[in-house]
Design a binder for this molecule. Structure first.
Ligand code: SAH
Length: 482
């Protein structure tokens, strides 16, 4: 298993700076032991103009078998445990070696040449044999969106028998101007994705690792779903979790994409693999359905956060007035930027407004709307503040329809990455069981003259219920007439 990383001198800096960036001296040959064999690092060339570092992993097939994870060939064949492609083809084992050997470089840490680490370099990465399920075309779909020029040539099964066709291996050369840390992270994630046979058990902390390594590029990658699901060895609960967190990260990052483009990217069928729709997307769909059913045109999004639901509402012309309210100026600033409120056409802009306000205080500006949404908001208030919110929304603003969503804490046992007893978000002051939610919403409805019905959002688990619980309040008929 072999890979080379080359760079040329640029901007007056010598190519041999690569040694500083990788924390490996160009004049030395070094050996590192990994769980699967020895990794050698050496420099076949090291001049001011051009410098190449090579990583050679000598996989020890016996160590692989001892660890019980030898794969390749027919899984049930005893021989295949020993005779397989692992020693030769760059797979997830090489990714592990990359992380072991180039840990600091992956983090982008370089005290000796910080400016070189922080800036793109002309890079060329060559891997002679990569197993690629999906072939050269998939390899291009994985690397090209990241700014690489990709040369992926299928390796024929046997040169003497061309009729046998191509093997599942490709020879891969990547060229581009990227930061070294970025390039290494691409490889770390995408090597096992191409291989699609992760050799080790995928534990929930792999989600953290994936998000760390994918920071800055995975959230916007058009093949995000395929990458996530293959990286996590198709464990759907983990994949779903990772995609939700990516969506949150994407919201948090400065991001100029049109909300529409983002949502389409999420919903697009890119592969025949199973595609979990992120919970946040399902939640917005359920909310829109409830609002449409209530015939609402003028809608409040209370605790609108970064404006994703506002963006969805804008797409449907029946919503003629949309007001997002949040206590956080930062969230509102982000929403303004994401929705491109300042650059929106007048016609559209006239339908939407964002304002700062706290739901813990009565606010007469909120009176007179058809509907209000509290999506994943109540759990952000301290329990003793809830009566104030109740009075502000149900007592004073009094829209005909109120949609409230909140996590169902019973479902938390189904999130594999959530340690027992933890809430889903650090800022959640509480999370309710289904019964607790029904009790609060039932009392609110009774106190303020509303009917309430419940809608599960996400897979409705027979034992623990759905991940999100939603209550739809409508003013009782008598009130509506009055
Ligand atoms: N509704 C969005 C965001 C949920 S996060 C969604 O479903 O994705 C919760 C939001 O509620 C945050 O943006 C937070 O700033 C806001 N929030 C918390 N307490 C609030 C209060 N007292 N008044 C108004 N907004 C509040």
């Amino acid at each position: 298993m072999f890979l080379t990383i080359s760079t040329t001198g640029s901007g007056g800096a010598p190519a041999t700076d690569l040694g500083f960036l990788l924390h490996k001296h160009p004049e030395k040959t070094q050996i590192f032991s990994t769980s699967y064999g020895d990794a050698h690092v050496f420099y076949p060339e090291a001049s001011e103009q051009r410098c190449t570092a090579a990583l050679l992993l000598e996989v020890d097939p016996v160590a692989l078998v001892r660890r019980g994870k030898g794969r390749g060939g027919a899984p049930d064949s005893a021989l295949a445990q020993y005779v397989n492609d692992r020693p030769y083809a760059a797979s997830s084992l090489l990714a592990v070696a990359l992380r072991t050997v180039f840990a600091s470089a992956l983090k982008g840490v370089c005290n000796a040449r910080p400016e070189r680490a922080a800036n793109p370099l002309p890079l060329r990465i060559a891997i002679p044999v990569v197993p690629a399920r999906g072939g050269a075309a998939l390899v291009r779909r994985l690397f090209e969106p990241l700014g690489w020029t990709v040369e992926a040539e299928p390796v024929v099964l046997d040169a003497q028998f061309p009729a046998w066709g191509d093997s599942r291996y490709v020879r891969l050369v990547l060229e581009g101007e990227l930061r070294l840390a970025e390039a290494l992270r691409h490889l770390y994630v995408l090597l096992p994705v191409m291989d699609d046979a992760k050799h080790y058990w995928v534990s929930p902390d792999e989600v953290d690792k994936l998000l760390r390594m994918g920071e800055g590029w995975l959230a916007d990658h058009p093949e995000q779903r395929l990458i996530t699901s293959r990286y996590l060895a198709r464990r759907w609960s983990l994949t779903r979790q990772a995609m939700e967190r990516l969506e949150l990260a994407r919201l948090a990052e400065a991001d100029d994409s049109e909300p529409e483009a983002l949502d389409n990217a999420v919903d697009e069928e890119v592969d025949t693999e199973e595609k979990p729709v992120p919970l946040a997307v399902q939640r917005r769909q359920a909310i829109l359905t409830a609002l449409r059913a209530g015939g609402a045109a003028r809608v409040l999004d209370l605790g609108c956060g970064q404006g994703q639901l506002v963006g969805e509402l804008l797409k449907d012309a029946r919503f003629t007035e949309i007001v997002g309210v949040d206590v956080s100026m930062r969230a509102l600033g982000e929403a303004t930027r994401r929705l491109r409120l300042d650059r929106m056409g007048d016609h559209r802009a006239a339908r939407v407004r964002l304002m700062q306000g706290s739901l813990a205080y009565t606010d007469t500006r909120l009176k007179g709307y058809d509907a209000a949404v509290l999506s994943e908001v109540v759990e952000h208030l301290d329990l003793p503040r809830l009566p104030a919110l109740e009075y502000a929304v149900f007592g004073t603003a009094r829209p005909a329809t109120v949609v409230v969503t909140t996590p169902n804490v019973e479902y938390n046992v189904r999130w594999e990455t959530l340690p027992a007893g933890h809430v889903r978000h650090a800022d959640h002051r509480f999370e309710w069981t289904r019964e607790e939610f029904r009790s609060w919403t039932g009392q609110v409805a009774q106190r303020h003259g509303y009917d309430v019905r419940y809608v599960p959002v996400g897979p409705d688990d027979p034992e623990v219920g759905p991940p999100t619980q939603m209550a739809v309040f409508t003013t009782t008929a008598k009130e509506a007439v009055a």
